[in-house]
Design a protein around this ligand. Sequence first.
Ligand SMILES: [Zn+2]
Length: 121
Amino acid sequence: MLVVLLPVVYLVERLRQNAWTNGKTLTVRAYCPNKCCCRGWADGYFANGEPAQGKAIASKFYPFGTRLHVSGYGEATVKDRSKHECEVFFGFDPNSSCTPHEKALQWGVRRVKVKILERPD
Ligand SMILES: [Zn+2]
């Protein structure tokens, strides 16, 4: 039985890895650091303890420190927790006339390619 199963396990693992090398299409939501998106969690910090600013990703599955590339958003690190697989964060940007929440609304919910660039040790 093991002789039959091993190649199957190997193949599934290969496919899984390939899926990540080429990117995986996920439903990606967006959020801002304020109460409108974070409710009671809006304390100015991500779940990993870093200040809620810049670019970041929240996820249900990927551990803190995972570097991802989200098509249309760019590279960012998983720093926050979400009930969804992937959410992109929009923080305050002094060079933009839009509020973070407006940017999150502009993003809306998109089906885009997500690639793992680096996993935490
Ligand atoms: Zn918001």
